[in-house]
Every structure is written in structure tokens, then in C-alpha cells.
Write a protein of this length. Structure first.
Length: 591
């Protein structure tokens, strides 16, 4: 069954427009090459869809739209480009090149994403090809960073060498990332042909030729597909939010196998009741040598049974919901060719964001630097001072010290392979550029995360990255007054319910509802294994600080010893927390 030519589910209904585009594209080639050479600043609709699979989104700065109203074209087109960084692991040279690209053809900043990848914004059409070529030159790719394929696979990035399990897990991720990478030649032919000779050939294969894409077939997947690896004691990759998760089961420094989790996903469309966030379900256990085969089987089941008639319900979570978990498992076993063993009892019980100084176990050190919302930029407020120059500081560190670099799933950065003397040098460089070390920022800020949102994200209905730092500024003194400065809880904000900063399993989720207004969620937790519950809706941004402070006051007053914020809200229930907090806000509790 697994070797059969892919078929699509629900044949009676009409495939979506995106499906038709993929089908006609000859393995993602379409008319991209032709349109790349024309004079227009952007691409036609089918190419815009296909380009996502090549790692780029056609966008426009939504604030420029307003500024240009009345002009011939009110949209200034540019492109977001995402580069894959499997497991978040890259070299100093690669990160430096990414920063250079941001300066040379992007908007002068780069962004570390919630899935350990890198995003550039503001690239114009004429710079796309040189951009892809530079990325290729540094042995990286943008292929499959977005689109209906396996995305950047996540893995705990910590380089802890006396923990052989981590090294083996990271090596397995590398193999899986290669195995699930699309094999179409379209990417190479469009972006990587010699610009001088202009030599181009048609994309490999013809529609229906399963050898071009033995795993995906000509129509690829019905929707994006995301995979993560995690350890029970360290779920820093938020494994339960992924379509496919491999939870390492280990004993005595050896990997016994992996618990396979399937069907996690966060995005919701509020107008469509059929959509919902879901945690991945525990499917079964596989020995290490079966990781590639089980991943391939699950991808193929999703390929053949995922919904290609409605993109809103096309993710694996809906396939599992519609089939039922047992029927899904049976189908996976059929494709896998043997039964799946039941899950090992191991489950997530710890979380580490790897921020701060650590020994690697090989005589070297690594340092986790908190990068607020993953944005690497210089923010000079005035000639007299203020602001910080993070981008310039990173250039110095990467150039002078040449550490390894790793991106965390919390949008931050690890410098690896440091000697003891590098510690002082790094701190000095950061301070010289007005950048706070991780030790100098609050626990609250360290565990906060915001998505991109305005002005580039076409789906944003509210601000996120640009307002979360200010919200944290206003919360910090309140948290200190309550004596909670050392309590770790996740605050995750997004500019819409698509949930790119994974707000639905956080302690405090803040989700854009409409411009300047948000829905508040409570009761998830650091471990990432529980969805939170809606607490208040349509909360104006200006009220968020006091609303959250009231919740924290309730937590402080009524928590059990050792109870985390999320566990407290979950135990007490959002209704009881709301009643208490509203009384506190009204002054009835001595606020
Ligand atoms: Fe996301 C769409 C940014 C992680 C769920 N996401 C988008 C787009 C491409 C907007 C668009 O479709 O036009 C955003 C680009 C905005 C911009 O201007 O840069 C965008 N997503 C991001 C990033 C950069 C947020 C960040 O601040 O880091 C993250 C890039 C990750 C990466 O490197 O691959 C990012 N997105 C996520 C996550 C978190 C995760 O994967 O762990 C989620 C929730 C998990 C999930 O997939 O369910 C997520 N993004 C979505 C969705 C909702 C998908 C759904 O099934 O409902 C969309 C909209 C869509 O696909 O239609 C979306
Ligand atoms: Fe855009 Fe919404 Fe994702 Fe934020 S959550 S980046 S606003 S799609």
C-alpha cells in the first residue's frame, strides 16, 4: 500500500484551488521561472502559492499600504524568506551570512522563529534569486521552509556532549530532515542555475511520476506538516504542538526508542467552528531504527487521507479526528508494514530553555542568550544613548570568537563550543553594545514570546511583536511587587488565532482578536502538554497589564506550595479566577 501512487481522500468534493495549482505545477515549478524574469514587482496567484514551498511569501508592508493610498498601486511588494535550520543548528559563518543578507537585501533585521529557523523580510523580487544562491552557498536551503510539505524539523538544540542520547537524537533528526525533504529539481532549476549562461531545464519528472517525489507524489501534502523531537525531561521544542512528535525513551545513556505522537496543531479559524487547537496523541512506540519508516508512513497516510477539499481542516489533527485514533493507527500500521508497539509510559516532565551558562561536558561551555521575540536588530533610540545594538554585538561575537550557533524553539540563540575565557569576552561585547545578558533580564521576559504580526504578516488582526516588550515592561514592576519575579511561566502573544507563538498551551496566552483587542487564555503550562482555556475576550491592549496582574494576584494569594501558575489556573478554573480577579480589580480585595 505504501508504495502505491498517491491518491486523494474525499474524491466526491472539489479539490481546493491550491491543490489544482500544485497538480498543474510539475513538481512545484509552475510559472515561477518565467515570472521571475518579467518586469512586474510580484507574481501571479498560482506562483504565489507555489513559492511558499520554495520558502518565500509574497507580502507587502501593511503600513505602507495606508501611506500610499491613492497612489497607482497602494502595495509595495516584497518577500519574506524563511531558511530551514534543522534542529536550529548552524555555524558562525552561516549566521553571519544570514545577518549580512538581512542588511544587503532585506530590511536590516533577521528573525529567529518559533521553529528554530530564520526569517528575512523586505526582499524585493529582483533579489530573490541571488538570495537563494547565497543561502545555497552557505549549505542551507529555503526549500520546504514553508508550504505543503514537512517543515523545519525541531529538536532540542543543547550541545550536551556527556549526554549521548542528545547527540543520537540530533543525528536522527538530520537523517529524517534529509529523508523528508522534497526531491523536486524545480528549486535548483529556478534558483540555482547559472545567471550568466541562463541555462535552464524543465523541472524533473512529469505529473504522476512517483519517482520524482516517492514520498509526497505530485500534489505534495494537503497542508503544512511539522515534526519535533524532544526528551521527557526537556520538552523545549513543544512536541505536543506538532503534527508528528518523537519523544525519546532512554535508559542508562542509551535510546531504547521513541514514543510517536501525532496530530498536534494550534491554528484556529474563529469563524469556522470545525477548527480547533489540538495536542498530539500518543500513537505508539518504535525502536530507533524505525524512525524514518514510521515518519514516512504517517506522512503518506496524511498525503492520502488528509482533506484536499478544505484547507481549513486539512492538517493531520483533522485527519485523525475524522478517522478516529484507532482507525488512524491501523492505517499507519498498514503503511508501516507491521504493528506499532504500545507507547512506553515515558512522557514529558521537564522543560529547559537553555538560557544562561552551561558546561557542554567536553571541557567547553555554551551560553544561551535570550533574544526578545527572536528579532536581531540594532535599536538605536537617540544619539545620546538608549536602545541596544544586538545585531552589531552578534557580528562581533560571531566574527571574533567563532562559536557554533543554535536557535532555540523559544526564538533565542545558543553560542556553543566556548572556552572559559570566552565568557568574559561575550559579556563585554554585549555590554559594549548596550545588550543585556540573559542574567540581567526578568524571568517574565525570558519566558515570553510573540509572533511577527504587523506590519508584514498578511493574516495579523492585531499587533504582537511590536507591543509585547512594552506589555512586559509594564508587568515587570507588578510581578516584582507580588514577589513573583522568580516564578517561571510562559506568556505568549500572537496577532491572530493562527497561533504562531503557540499561545494555546501556554500559562498565559494573548491572542489578537481585532485591532487593539485580545483574547486572554489561562491554564496551559511550561511543559506544553495541556491546552489552556479562554479567560476573557475582546480585552483592549491597555487593559492587558492590569488584567494579567489581577490573575497573578489571585495566584499569589491562593496557590498551593510549589504550584505553577498554569497548574493553579487549571485547578481553580478560569471562572473562579475571573471572579476573584474582578473583585481584586474592583478594590474589594484590597488591591
Ligand atoms: Fe505561522 C501562517 C509566521 C510558527 C501556525 N505563520 C504564518 C505566516 C506565513 C502568515 C501567512 O500565512 O501569510 C506568518 C509569516 C508572517 C511574517 O510576516 O513573517 C507566520 N509562523 C510564523 C513564525 C515566523 C512566527 C514567529 O514569530 O516565529 C513561525 C515560523 C516557524 C518556522 O520557522 O517554520 C511560525 N505558525 C507557527 C507555529 C508554531 C509552531 O509551528 O511550532 C504555528 C502553530 C502550530 C501549527 O502549525 O498549528 C503556526 N502559521 C500558522 C498558521 C495556522 C495553521 C493551521 O493549521 O491552522 C498559519 C496560517 C495558515 O497556515 O493558513 C500560519
Ligand atoms: Fe501572523 Fe497570526 Fe502567525 Fe502572528 S499568529 S505571525 S499574526 S499568522
Amino acid at each position: 500500500m505504501s508504495d502505491e501512487t498517491p491518491t486523494t481522500a474525499a474524491p466526491a468534493a472539489k479539490p481546493t484551488a491550491v491543490e489544482l495549482v500544485k497538480t498543474a505545477s510539475n513538481y512545484l515549478a509552475g510559472d515561477i521561472a518565467k515570472e521571475l524574469d518579467d518586469e512586474a514587482p510580484g507574481f501571479g496567484k498560482p506562483s504565489i502559492q507555489l513559492l511558499k514551498n520554495h520558502g518565500t511569501y509574497q507580502q507587502d508592508d501593511r503600513e505602507q499600504r495606508k501611506a500610499k493610498e491613492g497612489a497607482k498601486s497602494s502595495r509595495e511588494i516584497s518577500f519574506m524568506i524563511r531558511t530551514c535550520v534543522p534542529g536550529g543548528k548552524l555555524t558562525a559563518a552561516q549566521l553571519l551570512a544570514a545577518i549580512d543578507l538581512g542588511d544587503e537585501v532585506g530590511n536590516g533585521t533577521i528573525r529567529l522563529t518559533t521553529r528554530q529557523a530564520i526569517q528575512h523580510h523586505g526582499v524585493v523580487k529582483g533579489d530573490l534569486k541571488p538570495f537563494m544562491q547565497r543561502v545555497h552557498d552557505i549549505q542551507m536551503t529555503t526549500l520546504a521552509a514553508c508550504g505543503d510539505v514537512e517543515r523545519n524539523i525541531m529538536c532540542c538544540p543543547a550541545p550536551i556532549h556527556n549526554h549521548p542520547v542528545r547527540a543520537e537524537m540530533q543525528a536522527t533528526l538530520d537523517k529524517l530532515a534529509k529523508h523528508l525533504a522534497p526531491r523536486t529539481r524545480a528549486y535548483y532549476e529556478i534558483w540555482l542555475t547559472d545567471p550568466d549562461t541562463g541555462e535552464k531545464t524543465l523541472a524533473g519528472g512529469t505529473s504522476g511520476d512517483k519517482d520524482v517525489e516517492p514520498i509526497y507524489g505530485p500534489t505534495y501534502l494537503p497542508r503544512k506538516f511539522k515534526t519535533a523531537f524532544a526528551l521527557p525531561e526537556d520538552n523545549c521544542t513543544d512536541i505536543y504542538a506538532n503534527d508528528l512528535g518523537f519523544l525519546v525513551v532512554h535508559e542508562g545513556g542509551k535510546i531504547l526508542g521513541y514514543n510517536v505522537l501525532a496530530g498536534g496543531g494550534m491554528g484556529v479559524t474563529p469563524s469556522a467552528a470545525k477548527t480547533f487547537p489540538a495536542l498530539a496523541k500518543r500513537l505508539g512506540f518504535v525502536p530507533p531504527e524505525d524512525v524514518l519508516a514510521i515518519a514516512e508512513a504517517i506522512v503518506k497516510v496524511q498525503r492520502d487521507y488528509g482533506n484536499r477539499t478544505d484547507r481549513k481542516t486539512a492538517r493531520l489533527k483533522y485527519t485523525i479526528h475524522n478517522m478516529g485514533l484507532d482507525a488512524f493507527r491501523t492505517k499507519v500500521e498498514e503503511y508501516f508494514g507491521k504493528p506499532l508497539a504500545p507507547c512506553h509510559p515515558a512522557d514529558v516532565h521537564g522543560f529547559d530553555d537553555h538560557i544562561g551558562w552551561f558546561e557542554q561536558g567536553d571541557g567547553k561551555y555554551f551560553y544561551g542568550l535570550n533574544v526578545e521575540n527572536g528579532r536581531i536588530h540594532d535599536r538605536v533610540v537617540s544619539e545620546q544613548g538608549g536602545g541596544f545594538r544586538l545585531k552589531t554585538a552578534l557580528r562581533r561575537i560571531l566574527h571574533d570568537i567563532k562559536p557554533g550557533a543554535r536557535i532555540t524553539a523559544h526564538q533565542s540563540l545558543l553560542f556553543t563550543d566556548l572556552t572559559i575565557t570566552d565568557r568574559e569576552r561575550i559579556v563585554k561585547i554585549l555590554h559594549d553594545h548596550g545588550v543585556k545578558t540573559s542574567e540581567e533580564i526578568s524571568t517574565l521576559r525570558r519566558w515570553s514570546m510573540a509572533c511577527v504580526a504587523l506590519p508584514t504578516c498578511g493574516l495579523a488582526v492585531a499587533e504582537s511583536e511590536r507591543v509585547l516588550p512594552g506589555l512586559i515592561d509594564s508587568l515587570e514592576p507588578e510581578v516584582a511587587k507580588l514577589g513573583l519575579s522568580h516564578d517561571a511561566f510562559t506568556v505568549r502573544m500572537t496577532g491572530c488565532p493562527n497561533a504562531c507563538a503557540r499561545p494555546y498551551n501556554s500559562d498565559i496566552g494573548i491572542v489578537g482578536r481585532t485591532l487593539g483587542k485580545y483574547t486572554l487564555f489561562l491554564g496551559g503550562r511550561l511543559l506544553g502538554d495541556r491546552l489552556n482555556t479562554q479567560y476573557k475576550d475582546v480585552v483592549p491592549f491597555e487593559h492587558l497589564s492590569r488584567e494579567i496582574t489581577a490573575v497573578l494576584a489571585c495566584y499569589k494569594a491562593e496557590r498551593h506550595a510549589g504550584e505553577t501558575l498554569g497548574d493553579f489556573c487549571h485547578r481553580k478554573g478560569v471562572d473562579a479566577v475571573r471572579t476573584w480577579a474582578d473583585e481584586w480589580l474592583a478594590g474589594a480585595r484590597g488591591a
